[in-house]
Structures are given as C-alpha cells and as structure tokens.
Design a protein around this ligand. Structure first.
Ligand SMILES: [Zn+2]
Length: 398
C-alpha cells in the first residue's frame, strides 16, 4: 500500500542532494511511502499518485529520532536518589545496585510492561528507533532475560553485563569479568547485536581499561559489535579503547584529552553525547563545539535510565544541546537523527530519502527550529501512517 504525505511546510531529509544545507531542507514538500519505505521525496506539486493521502497541514516533518543509547529494562524507582542529588549528594554510579535488586525480583511481565510503556512514550515524542541495553540483571539468567525482552521491541539490543560490579562480586571484580566474558556472554549473545561496558576507573563500581578491553574483545569474538560508556566521570581509557577497537560509538565523552579528540576525529567511532545526564546530575556538559570543530561525528541520545537521567525526550536533549553545549539547531537535529543512525551503523534510518524506512516525525510547528526554540513543549510525534504497523503495538514487533 502506498501513502502520499503532503502539505509538509518544511521537510528535513538529512540528504543534501535533496534540499538545502546539511539537513537537505525542502519547503512545500511531499513524501510517498510504499510498504513502509520512502519511495519518493520532492515538491508537493510534482508528487505522484498513491493509494492513500495524509495532509499534515503545513507542519514540519523530520526523520524520526534515533535514540542510540537507552536503558529501558528495569524495575523500581530512584526518585529519592534524584532528590538527594539535587540536595547536594554526588553521582558516582553506585545507585545502579538499587535498580539491580528491583529488576532481579520483578516478573517478566512487569519488566515487559515498563519497557513497552517507555518505548511508546518515546514514539509519542518522535523517536522511531531505539537501542536498548541490558545491565540491571547482572546474573547470567537475569541478563539473558532482559535481552530477550529488549529484543521484543528493537533489533538494537546491547549486552551490558559489564554495567557495574554487582554487590556479590564487590571483593572479586575480576571474577565477575570472567563471568561476563564467559557464561553470561554465551547466554546473552544470541539476543544481542552489541556489547557495551561502563569503562570508568574513577567509579568504584565500574570497570578499568584492562577489564573493559577483556569484555569488548570477548564480545567481538562472540560476533557482537562494540559500544563503550567512555569518559563520563574522568578522562580515562574508554575513548582510546573504543577508537582502537573500532567501536561504533563512544558514549558520554564528557572528559576528553586533546589526544582523545584527535583519535575520534581520525577514526570511525561516533561521539555520542548524553546531555540529559549532565542536566540530571548537575554536572559540566561535554564540549560539543570542540568535537564538531575537530570534525568528529556527533550523536545525541537520551541515556534514558532510572538513575542518572530519566527522560525519554529527544527534543529535550536537542534543546539542552543547543542552549548549554552551543550546538546549532541544525547540528543538534542532525545528531539526534542521522548521527544516531551512524552510531548504530544503520543507513535505513535517520534520513528521509528514497530507500529509507518511512519513519516520519511531525511537528506542531512550521520549522524544525521550534524543537529548541520551544523547550519542554510536546510538539513532535511519530507519524502513524495507514498500512505501516506501529513497531511496539501489542500485536506488532518481532
Ligand atoms: Zn548509559
């Protein structure tokens, strides 16, 4: 079934060959979708016929957001920890243990219900691709369970057994790394596309460079591609390791040396910035300008998780990136769409050009500038099209 989406006041294609500037902007545009794939993009007056027609009434349309970093399989609530932090307590990653205990004692249906509600919340705010990590089970059985549930809502599943050292291994962290790289990896790899590690020597709960290297190399040997929680709390070895091992993405990048910036600029690893975390932990933001000016590919993602940043809103992250990190509105939107796609090594999302998935997000506004110009206002949603199933509806998904 084909659908003509017309009346698009401003269309962001992220394809410079289709329109103006790096966002490939077109005004007065239309898009034809055929069986869930973009078949044609151009001026509304020249649009071909289709089986059905949707008129968006002059609104702006952008590619659906690609949220390339999220932790959505968990139980429990950490609002009290947030309150304590806002009253002066420092964030060090230690509160993750609270979520681990709640997640282990939750049923599959409880975890599934929360996960689906969060993905639906994302879609209602324009996010059409989401990566989901494990990392709150931290036992063979619970990590496998979390990934099995994540795979019900997205193909972008990430094994994060090396999120923190669980309390039962606090005195023997290297034994825990052996568990992660051995039986836990074997159980989880069939449900995961990616492996990730929280590489942060500055946290007593996370993993140092050698432990992180062991996790990533074992994951790669098991057929998984690599991503790294890198340089969040200190200029540690995470970014260096991510670039050396060819990881798709180094996430956080809050504390970088000049050598780190050069390595990112010279490699294929995306710097994924998660400014919602700095916002929610009241920490200094990453230096996005330094990365962009050095030619590094930058992505923006939510890092949605119950501890350090419990937002599902990519438009909030765009607004923070523009206001606090001096990204231009165009750079921030590109990073939240095309940048996220590069961070997931996907060419079928993050752009609206023939051959891409028909992931359209529509704004109740005439221009993409309103995403940052009107912070906190729910302007953007994924556009439901006739004949294109919602990927997380109860009957949908794989
Ligand atoms: Zn994270």
């Amino acid at each position: 079934m084909s659908v003509l989406v017309t009346g698009i006041g401003e269309l962001v294609t992220n394809d410079p060959t289709l329109g103006d500037g790096p966002l490939g902007l077109l005004r007065g545009a239309a898009v034809v979708v055929d069986n869930g794939v973009v078949a044609w993009v151009g001026p509304a007056g020249r649009a071909p016929d289709a089986d059905a027609r949707v008129d968006v009434g002059g609104r702006a349309v952008v590619p659906g957001f690609v949220d390339s970093h999220a932790h959505l399989v968990f139980a429990g609530d950490r609002a009290a920890e947030f309150e304590a932090r806002m009253s002066g307590a420092r964030y060090d990653g230690g509160g993750i243990g609270t979520t681990v205990a709640a997640t282990r004692s939750a049923s599959d249906d409880e975890l599934r219900g929360r996960l689906r509600a969060l993905v639906a919340e994302m879609r209602a705010q324009g996010t059409t691709t989401v990566e989901v990590k494990s990392g709150y089970g931290l036992s063979v059985e619970d990590e496998e369970r979390c990934l099995r549930l994540a795979a019900e809502v997205t193909p972008e599943t990430t094994f994060l057994g090396a999120h923190v050292v669980p309390p039962e291994y606090a005195a023997t962290p290297d034994e825990y790394v052996s568990l992660v790289t051995g039986p836990m990896l074997a159980a989880c790899a069939p449900h995961a596309r990616w492996i990730d590690v929280f590489c942060e020597p500055a946290s007593a709960h996370a993993f140092d460079g050698e432990q992180a290297r062991a996790v990533l190399e074992a994951g790669r040997a098991a057929g998984l591609d690599l991503r790294v929680h890198a340089n969040q709390l200190s200029a540690g070895p995470g970014v260096r390791l991510a670039v050396e091992l060819g990881a798709a993405s180094a996430d956080h990048c809050t504390h970088l040396t000049a050598e780190n910036v050069d390595a990112l600029a010279g490699g294929t690893t995306v710097a994924t910035l998660l400014p919602g975390v700095e916002f929610s932990t009241r920490s200094p933001y990453p230096d996005a300008r330094r990365l962009l000016d050095a030619g590094v590919t930058v992505a923006l993602a939510t890092d949605c998780n119950p501890g350090s940043c419990f937002t599902t809103s990519m438009s909030f992250c765009i607004a923070v990136a523009v206001r606090e990190m001096r990204m231009t509105p165009a750079e921030a939107l590109w990073a939240a769409t095309a940048g996220g796609a590069v961070a997931l090594r996907r060419t079928d999302v993050g752009r609206l050009a023939p051959g891409a998935r028909a992931d359209l997000a529509v704004l109740d506004a005439p221009s993409h500038l309103h995403l940052a110009y009107r912070p906190g206002v729910p302007l953007v949603r994924a556009l439901d099209l006739p004949g294109v199933p919602d990927p997380v509806s109860p009957s949908g998904g794989t």
